[in-house]
Design a protein around this ligand. Sequence first.
Ligand code: NAP
Length: 248
Amino acid sequence: MILKDQVAVVTGAGQGIGAATAKLFAQEGAAVFIPDWDEAAAQKTAQQIVKAGGKAKAMKCDVSKQAEAEAAMAAAVKEFGKLDILINNAGITRDVSALKMEAHQWEQVIAVNLSGVFYCARAAAAHMRERQYGRIASASSIGAFGNFGQANYSATKAGLIGLTRTLAIEWARYGITVNAVAPGFIETSMTAAMPEEAKEAVRKTIPVGRAGQPIDIARTYLFLSSPNAGFITGRTFVIDGGSALHGG
Ligand code: NAP
């Protein structure tokens, strides 16, 4: 078991990539804490893990609120005794072309996708520093390279790359690694709303010949979160079946 006796927080693990990550981490021996602003969805993931013989606890939390992010990290430590791993997975889209985008659409995406990561990472690092060990990984996106209708989302996912590099430099002395994963097209509820023709067009641009699944990203987080990944930090890993090789 790669994460035997480790404690992981996976934000936004009520569904999609986060849920797949929480379940995989539990299978690999971690106790998993699940803060999600959809409490019922978080409880469902936790119950599925416990039913399968793993350890999990859910909590209602909006990561974009600093006090809630800090309370979630403290609750994970209280519940499971320590904190080894943080996966900053929670994220939202509010797509609209830039000239039509309203301030609240811009601000909400920045608050969740960028400020939320900062608040959670800082709160987690305070606990990790005490034990001189930690693994943090966050959800960027190939949208970081620019995408029509996603000025807000793209700005956060690109901003995350700079944040990741900076935290990696600052926290290496505490034994904490900080990385990001930039998924391509992954089939979750986030992408389900796209018209079928658009999805088919995207699938055709993926060299490996299929859309990504949540488990593809979960396995990448597992690799970056393992004790053996201590020499990998500050990097963003594009996991997209090769789609960005077309010039992204
Ligand atoms: P998803 O299915 O929408 O799941 C995201 C989860 O996070 C949902 O349960 C969501 O709750 C929760 N969440 C959103 N805002 C939150 C907040 N402020 N506090 C706590 N929880 C919150 O998304 P996904 O497709 O699995 O994506 C996961 C991450 O990967 C995101 O950061 C996304 O940007 C990134 N990503 C996804 C893709 C893709 O193709 N799917 C590609 C690149 C990057 P609600 O559903 O209630 O909002």
